[in-house]
Design a protein around this ligand. Sequence first.
Ligand SMILES: NC(=O)c1ccc[n+]([C@@H]2O[C@H](COP(=O)([O-])OP(=O)(O)OC[C@H]3O[C@@H](n4cnc5c(N)ncnc54)[C@H](OP(=O)(O)O)[C@@H]3O)[C@@H](O)[C@H]2O)c1
Length: 324
Amino acid sequence: MQAVVYRRYGSPDVLEFQEIPKPTPAEGEVLIRVHAASVNPYDWHFLRGTPSFIRLFTGMSRPKSPRLGADVAGTIEAVGAKVAQFMIGDEVFGTAKGSFAEYACAVASQLAVKPQEISFEQAACLPIAGITALQGLRDKGDIQTGQAILINGAAGGVGTFAVQIAKSLGVRVTGVCSTGNIDFLRSIGADEVIDYTREDFARSTKLYDLLFDLVGNRSLADYLRALHPRGTYISCGGGGPENSTWNLLSGLLANAIRSRFVSQKMPGLFAKVNSGDLATLAALVQAGKVVPVVNRTYALREIAEAVRQVESGHVRGKVVIAIA
Ligand SMILES: NC(=O)c1ccc[n+]([C@@H]2O[C@H](COP(=O)([O-])OP(=O)(O)OC[C@H]3O[C@@H](n4cnc5c(N)ncnc54)[C@H](OP(=O)(O)O)[C@@H]3O)[C@@H](O)[C@H]2O)c1
């Protein structure tokens, strides 16, 4: 089968397109014939091995696994032992290691049935970004109907899901984006939009119950200034390919120390893909409350260009790889 591989850490230039053996599903896994995969910042963290502490898990001098890609949508081609919930021919979406390929094996508990209402390309957008938005707002943010939330980075992969999920929960949503995305954010449901090139949310007198930050470009003091005294700040990442381990860890440490002296809550977020939450996203799609936004679709051979677009940090919605 054809697959994207990388044998050393680096920019998208190190990605190769190769013929490799089709994998076999282990116990608890299924083999998926991949129809579409979407690209996340997660992928370039693995590709570049940055911030460098992740190499403790991904391989110190070179990648332990040469395969790249996580989000997937496709058809089940083979079922491993002890998988009762899926059959050959089922159309599914979720995460599978090495999804930038014609076939990939997935742990069955990280998959759900694909909603018929959307294409494979749209379904492939949902797993990491949709789950992050759902778990951030529902579990960490505990958002309640009638609250006001601010989403910094609302036009991107996680942001477009966060806007729609928050609206489905009856929340008043303000999204922060650049000038070119103002009308787009309104079209997916944002009640108010702040153009960060003209207006600074941290200098406004308006206070929010929840601030969901997907960019990480401001100081903690700025974020807390925009929150009610009992509000919640959720940091979800941020920083581009040049962000160092030191920047990341010192930021996390500063936040942990500061959180002891402020009234606002600051829970950490590390999204975990699971069948139950994928099914919740599928139900929101079926109810017409969430529509995945595909920014651009690339062929598997164009993977380097697709990853470069995501690394730019200015994608509207999601970038998708479609596999013929
Ligand atoms: N903790 C977790 O479990 C977890 C899970 C998933 C993702 N993440 C992290 O969450 C972050 C967001 O992920 P993503 O998939 O949404 O990324 P993404 O799709 O690459 O986000 C791109 C968006 O960021 C916006 N943006 C860039 N600069 C901005 C600024 N100064 N102010 C406001 N918006 C700005 C862009 O809007 P404009 O073009 O309008 O500037 C663009 O729409 C990443 O850092 C990712 O690593 C964390």
